[in-house]
Design a protein around this ligand. Structure first.
Ligand code: PLP
Length: 349
């Protein structure tokens, strides 16, 4: 048995996957009468079941983002892949995952849903990884999966690849690097480069943020073939709709326009950071490598409700560790950011 098979739940290792019509016959034909689909394609050409392996989309991801075709699998958002990884590797009622805090809330929720324990290791005051604490916790508690979000949501910072490599080296379980915001950092070094040397490293990407198609639900796992194939076996066969696969290909084809928008967002972020930092009641603007900014004030709840009354909704992170007084604000369009600034300028603390 391989090292990765040993890490998996036994019932997953032994699973006979569902065989869809598109698995039973993979060739090209003139007439498909095998899946009980309708012949009528007048509604958004949605009459046919989607390709379970999303081959055209994965080829496009290789062409545009250099994500190696044989290492990718597509999820209904990266959220679906987080859930699948936990279901594949963690035994309900027995195993655990490890996360840093504060971080993206979904890891713990999916662990809870699967009756899997979550071990928290707090970031240091400066939002860096507490490597020593992480390693000692890994050795002691042996979590099946370690999630590292880089750039981290909600602290907005990138963790150095060398530190991520140290964790991958020390962790006998799976190490997942969630790179949802990586496109906003021009100098970003992806953990994909670690996969060949550390086969238990998985990388999550999404088209929801910089690629502007959150509504289509397209997340990508990049991993070694064995993990990739297992996800493919366990996921619902038609997990990403045909419409979503087409929309994703369209977005990737439109990559010049999307890069322009992304660059504009980064420019707007820098502008907002400067303007907000000069407001007398703002104690700190925390720099990020993402499409959101973090501001620290004395009374985050009060500012949050003030903005809400003005029709502007931001995310209140004041109750997260290390983030007392912090609001997370997504960088919007120029018009939206102007309205935000007008509201902030009118705030009397
Ligand atoms: C937004 C976000 C996701 C969710 O991505 P989907 O592909 O839309 O499911 C994953 N991870 C982090 C850290 C995020 O902030």
């Amino acid at each position: 048995m391989s090292e990765i098979e040993l890490l998996m739940n036994e019932h997953i290792r032994n699973l006979t996957p569902y065989s869809s019509a598109r698995d039973d016959f993979k060739g090209k034909a003139d007439i498909y009468l095998d899946a009980n689909e309708s012949w009528y394609d007048g509604v958004e050409r949605a009459n046919r079941y989607p390709d379970p392996e999303a081959v055209l989309l994965r080829r496009k991801l290789q062409e545009v983002l250099c994500l190696p075709f044989e290492k990718t699998v597509i999820g209904n958002g990266s959220d679906e892949i987080i859930d699948l990884l936990i279901r594949i590797f963690c035994a309900s009622g027995k195993d655990s995952i490890m996360i840093e805090r504060p971080t993206y809330g979904a890891y713990k929720v999916f662990a809870d849903i699967n009756n899997v324990q979550t071990i928290n290791v707090c970031l240091k005051e400066d939002f860096s990884l507490d490597i020593d604490k992480m390693i000692s916790t890994i050795k002691e508690r042996k979590p099946k999966i370690v999630f590292i979000c880089s750039p981290n949501n909600p602290t907005g910072n990138v963790f150095p690849l060398s530190e991520i490599e140290t964790i991958a080296k020390e962790n006998d379980g799976i190490t997942v690097i969630d790179e949802a915001y990586s496109d906003f950092e021009p100098e970003f070094k992806s953990a994909i480069s670690l996969i060949d040397e550390y086969p238990r490293v998985c990388v999550l990407k999404t088209l929801s943020k910089a690629w502007a198609i959150a509504g289509a639900r397209v997340g990508i796992l990049v991993a070694n073939k064995e993990i990739r194939d297992t996800i493919s076996k366990v996921k619902p066969p038609y997990n990403v709709s045909a419409t979503s696969q087409r929309v994703a290909i369209e977005a990737l084809d439109d990559n010049l326009e999307i890069k322009k928008v992304r660059d504009e967002i980064i420019e707007q972020r820098e502008l907002l950071e400067k303007k907000i930092a000069s407001l007398p009641y703002v104690k700190e603007v925390i720099p990020t490598n993402t499409n959101f900014i973090l501001i620290r004030v004395d009374d985050a709840d009060r500012l949050y409700y003030y903005l809400m009354k003005k029709g502007i909704i931001v995310r209140n992170r004041t109750h997260e560790p290390l983030l007392a007084g912090v609001l997370r604000i997504t960088v919007g369009s120029e018009r939206e950011n102007k309205s935000l600034m007008e509201a902030l300028n009118g705030y009397k603390p």
